[in-house]
Design a protein around this ligand. Sequence first.
Ligand SMILES: O=C(CO)COP(=O)(O)O
Length: 250
Amino acid sequence: MRRKIVAGNWKMNKNREETAQLISELKTAIKKSDAEVIIAPTFVNLAESAGKLKGSFIQVAAQNMHFAESGAYTGEISADMLKSIGVSTVILGHSERRAYFGEDDSLLAKKVDAALKAGMRIIFCFGEELEQRKSGEHFKVVESQLKNALFHLKAASWKHIVLAYEPVWAIGTGETASPEQAQEMHAFIRKTIARTYSDDIAQGVTILYGGSVKPGNAEEIFSKVDVDGGLIGGASLVAADFAAIVAAAR
Ligand SMILES: O=C(CO)COP(=O)(O)O
């Protein structure tokens, strides 16, 4: 059985004080969980967040990292820096990184390799845009995103990969993929991995859904057989909402 994961991607929200406040609210609101719970605050608040959550079952992840080990990359953060503050999970390939910061599949493949080399776990995001779904290309797009960034990996690396299917048209729009649409794509992703690797790997990989998950729709989405939890944006910024979504992941 795959254990569910609920991860909050805080994006560029919450200053230092607000971060401390939300973490304290989350600790009160989430006393126990069947699912693994992760939050991803901004870089500047990561170390302090990790410190505040020491001993708690809520874990901390980074929203991004650079592929190089160190060097002249002004403004960037390495895997080693993250590990040195106790952060060993990183979100890569988010659609906002792809859209606004020009991250493409080949760059992401390098980031994936760097994170794995550093012994990190990756939450790898991908998903089609609205036009691609409208024209029926969504399966092809998702397959090529996976192939280009991940299918060079050795089978053994897959235990460090969590997938997050986030259809771009459902992110921050209030429009959620229906539970059936999510299930259909998640099953397709598993089938694609089974074809490329093995049934074991396909069945073992955790696949999260992301895009306008809220307390009101989380339970139904998470009840689908191939949906193993969620990557939550807006609703992860409100402790009561995030707690309700965590409670829906059983
Ligand atoms: O991008 C997301 C999580 O990474 C989803 O964002 P929303 O939950 O705000 O739609």
